[in-house]
Ligand binder design. Structure first.
Ligand SMILES: [Zn+2]
Ligand SMILES: [Zn+2]
Length: 239
């Protein structure tokens, strides 16, 4: 089995990772976004009637800001309504209200502990995304034993957060994985040094008297730097 490009892939997950690299997307961002999307789709369809989910809500599960909005948009796209979102947010709000009422008093240290715990939304969509990103990092480190994958990881548009995540996984892995990562990192550093030089030229041309000197390459470096720090954008998928 192979992906649409040159990278050998044994299963659907590897085809996805290969496609992401071949399309200039960060494969770890891509895996996380796909998992987030699948989680939101499932919640919008079945979340309001899912008993297991209600039980988890009793243990503090809620939705982060991003995925509260994501859930409502997903449901709107799927069903033209936001009723399931209302059912779920009502259930979270009841539990948050009960928790906040328990905190109203003059016990400052109790409030500190309670509010710190409430500040973690325990978002199931984030949890799925984090798990998928972790699995993608592990799979990519395995795949780096193949020369074509190693080269693709060296030249691929991996975002900075996930360069760090891959490096951390490699550092914690066996010696041969660490050695493979050193080569990938060296190639990534060459890519980032070149990006930084072009970005500096772009920034230098940002004044109004120099703007006509901006090249297409410099403009592309500006966009690439945003992807480097912000992760691969998800216009196709995020509801
Ligand atoms: Zn990424
Ligand atoms: Zn979330």
């Amino acid at each position: 089995m192979t992906g649409p490009g040159k990278l050998p892939a044994r299963d659907f997950e590897e085809i996805r990772l290969a496609e992401a690299l071949e399309r200039g997307r960060c494969p770890v961002c891509d895996a996380r976004q796909e998992a987030n999307y699948a989680a939101l789709r499932g919640l919008a369809r079945e979340g309001a009637t899912d008993r297991g989910l209600r039980a988890q809500m009793d243990k503090g599960l809620g939705f982060c800001q991003l995925h509260s909005v994501g859930l409502s948009k997903m449901e709107l796209v799927q069903t033209s309504s936001q009723l399931a979102t209302a059912v779920l947010l009502d259930a979270v709000l009841r539990r948050r209200l009960a928790a906040l009422k328990r905190l109203s008093g003059d016990d400052a240290s109790g409030q500190l502990r309670g509010l710190a715990e409430l500040s973690d939304a325990k978002c199931p969509v984030c949890a799925r995304g984090t798990e998928a990103a972790r699995a993608a990092v592990g799979r990519l480190m395995e795949l780096s034993a193949d020369g074509a994958w190693s080269a693709a990881l060296g030249s691929g548009e991996i975002c900075l957060d996930h360069i760090f995540a891959l490096g951390l996984a490699a550092a914690a892995g066996p010696r041969e994985v660490h050695a493979r990562w050193s080569e990938i990192l060296a190639a990534q550093l060459r890519r980032l040094e070149s990006l930084q030089r072009t970005l500096a030229e772009y920034a230098h041309n940002s004044t109004s008297d120099r703007r006509h000197l901006i090249s297409a390459e410099q403009q592309a470096a500006g966009a690439a730097s945003i992807r480097l720090f912000g992760g691969t954008s998800d216009r196709d998928r995020t509801p």
